[in-house]
Write a protein that binds this ligand. Sequence first.
Ligand code: 5GP
Length: 179
Amino acid sequence: MNIKIADLEFEPLISAETILARTKEIAAQLNIDYADKAPIFVGVLNGCFMFMADLLRQINIPCEVAFTKLSSYHGGITTTRRIRDDFDLLVDITNRHVVLVEDIVDTGNTLDYLVAKLSHRKPASITVCALLLKPDAIEYPVEELKHVAFNIPNEFVIGYGLDYLEMGRNLDGIYKRVV
Ligand code: 5GP
């Protein structure tokens, strides 16, 4: 079923069942990779909240959970490139293994900024796990991006944590803009 939010219409792209199945696969790999590393999973708010919750429910090794918040879209459907640091990561990550959990990597600008910022704090490692990647939009390749649940076309999407004008985050699947 299509969804209308303000002036835009959206159609289904990835179902809740497909997201969950893929999330389980990624979690299974992380459970192996980080078995004895007590990683800190760091969610990048707001968009990560559903993916983070579903992913962490499948993680069965000792781990910590923390959040940081950045924004770069400021309400529209294209990135502004101006990154706002809304709140900093408050845990000490020195010598710790960090797994960043992102909603979507578009140009890679936000992720590039965040990885550089956290690297200064001397973690043992940083790995990024993203729900979505738009391979055709990437301008800042980030080598720490090791897990991507889905590659999607270079189109604006909402749902499963992602918003348009702060709406649509509650949808249990991912929808793309009808153009
Ligand atoms: P980047 O810095 O990689 O260009 O953009 C990353 C941020 O832009 C994401 O964390 C997300 O907040 C926002 N973003 C990028 N593409 C989309 C999209 O298709 N839909 C929504 N809702 N947000 C997006």
